[in-house]
Design a protein around this ligand. Structure first.
Ligand SMILES: *[C@@H]1O[C@H](CO)[C@@H](O)[C@H](O)[C@H]1NC(C)=O
Length: 222
């Protein structure tokens, strides 16, 4: 049995722990609220569905090449100058959902019900093929998971072959990508990491929308 002193000691420790936990929770809550507030402010007056799409390349950490959409076939074996590696990214809603379309073929990057990565002419929002992703940025790398099946990530192996989505998991090289500018936008050094890397798609597209708005305002002003 514990002595009275030991019991008291234990009691004080438990209370202290409670106070610390409650303090942590309140700090977390205020941080969350701050994030939500700044998020709301950033959205004011912007309609992303009308914003410009963003064309870039997605560099696979596993294959050290770029994702390319060759119609129905998709791999991560694209060189910097490969026309199928030019990807159009759209953010079609306010919560950072994105679609990925090959500029050259017009096909969208989708995942079918077997978890295979396939190109599709049209996006289906419902049904067995999913084409809408959300982005997570982990240590500056972009990870893309399906909105409809959040445990499924877009992934490629070191040979540039797509990995069945039900065999993927977050936080590993195969599901990590870097955004890279198109070669003509970055002629000086096409191996350098783009400054776009640290921004989410959502932020990139938002920036673009802001620039377009600014240009429009200039146009109407003159
Ligand atoms: C990608 O390129 C490598 C090296 O040339 C090759 O071994 C591999 O089969 C290619 N992958 C695909 C999916 O075509």
């Amino acid at each position: 049995m514990l002595s009275v002193q030991a019991q008291r000691h234990h009691h004080v420790k438990t209370r202290l722990l409670h106070i610390i936990i409650i303090w942590c929770l309140s700090v977390q809550e205020s941080v969350q609220q701050e994030n939500e507030n700044s998020f709301d402010q950033g959205l004011l007056g912007l309609d992303l569905s009308k914003s410009q799409p963003n064309t870039l390349q997605l560099y696979s950490r596993a294959s050290s090449k770029n994702i390319r959409i060759m119609g129905r076939t998709i791999d991560a074996n694209g060189s910097v100058w490969d026309e199928d590696a030019r990807l159009i990214i759209r953010s079609d809603s306010l919560d950072g959902r994105i679609t990925i379309q090959g500029e050259h073929t017009g096909y969208f990057l989708c995942i079918n019900k077997k978890g295979l990565v396939v190109g599709r002419k049209k996006i289906k929002r419902e049904g067995s093929v999913s084409c809408v992703f959300t982005e997570t940025i982990r240590n500056t790398y972009t990870e893309l998971r399906l909105v409809q099946k959040t445990e499924m990530y877009l992934g490629f192996n070191k040979d540039g072959q797509a990995i069945p989505a039900h065999r993927t998991r977050p936080g590993v090289k195969s599901v990590q990508f870097l955004k890279r500018p198109l070669p003509e936008d970055n002629p000086a050094d096409d191996t350098s990491m783009s400054s776009a890397n640290s921004y989410s798609f959502y932020e990139l597209i938002r920036q673009l929308a802001t620039n377009v708005d600014a240009t429009r305002n200039e146009d109407t002003a003159s």
